[in-house]
Design a protein around this ligand. Structure first.
Ligand SMILES: [Zn+2]
Length: 306
């Protein structure tokens, strides 16, 4: 199975997003008040958790949370059961937790190792969508308030002459494992500004307006590390709604061994052989965040032979 087909953290959610249902507000309202409907409460980008993980509310508790929530968004269907997320960010943390029958609020990234991948994906999805609502209260064109609709998947400007539709934004970023041009096989890792002294990771950057993903790979590698790359090949993508990312993984090959870091975003960059990386792992140093696609890119490269 190739990288693109394997599920990364925050992928593989178990919901049918049921997009066509979002356009029927009457149906949305009916689903919201079904006794079996599940409500996932969130508080300021965090899951509300008890000893078993993020709470899932139904019936009376769900009704209570709905009445106090800011935005409520339709996430999709779990079989026949509708699943919504509700934003309790306007309350103090303790009040939000008590109302939800939870003990505290935790970021899904702090929970990811303990959650089923599909559950982590749904929590991340809820986090990203509710975050967008909190950041998109007004129309950027005319300044009038924007009103949520479409099951929480769009907002409409309430300005009479404007009426612009606003959709959740995704911010794509590329992340690249650069290989050396000649044997022995080596990959380029860098120490980023603000990272611990010995923390090396793959290179990454945001896609700019007017760029293809491949353009962004070539530009970022040149800007950050002074490396010209060819053979840019897609490896897979990862939802990264923290708050609105989409990570797109690539491999590329440098045209020379020469590396020149910019000294701002990157403090140091150098080539590592597979044996060096295996030694780092054996000595307890991690290969990037275990829930992130750079970890997967490095694992795949380590499993290679060239
Ligand atoms: Zn407007």
């Amino acid at each position: 199975m190739d990288t693109a087909e394997r599920v990364l953290a925050y992928g593989g959610g178990w919901l049918d997003r049921a997009g066509p249902l979002r356009t029927d507000p009457t149906h949305m309202d009916a689903l919201l008040t079904e006794p079996s409907t599940v409500v996932l409460p969130m508080w300021r980008d965090r899951c509300l958790v008890d000893g078993d993980g993020p709470v899932r509310l139904t019936a009376d508790r769900a009704s209570l949370v709905r009445s106090a929530a800011g935005e409520i968004v339709f996430l999709g269907l779990d079989g026949d059961v509708a699943v919504f997320a509700a934003d309790l960010s306007a309350l103090p943390e303790r009040s939000a937790a008590e109302m939800a029958g939870a003990t505290r609020a935790l970021d899904v990234r702090a929970l990811v190792g303990r959650l089923e991948p599909g559950d982590a994906a749904v929590q991340a999805y809820a986090r990203g969508l509710l975050h967008w609502h909190r950041q998109q209260r007004f129309c950027g064109t005319c300044g009038a308030p924007a009103v949520a609709g479409g099951g929480g998947h769009l907002r409409t400007c309430s300005g009479g002459e404007c009426g612009r539709l606003l959709f959740p934004r995704i911010e794509p970023a590329i992340i690249v494992l650069v290989e050396a041009p000649r044997s022995p096989g080596r990959c380029l890792l860098a120490r980023h500004a603000g990272a611990p002294e010995d923390a090396f990771s793959t290179l990454a950057g945001f896609v700019e307006v007017g760029e293809s993903l491949e353009d962004a790979v070539r530009r970022e590698m040149a800007e950050e590390a002074g490396v010209t790359v060819t053979d840019v090949t897609y490896q897979g993508s990862q939802a990264w709604p923290f708050p609105a990312g989409l990570m797109v993984g690539f491999r590329a090959t440098a045209t020379s061994d020469e590396v020149r870091v910019d000294g701002e975003e990157l403090l140091e960059a150098r080539w590592f052989t597979r044996d060096e990386l295996r030694e780092r792992v054996a000595s307890g140093r991690s290969l990037g965040r275990v829930d992130a696609i750079d970890h997967r890119l490095l694992e795949d490269w380590l499993a290679g032979v060239s």
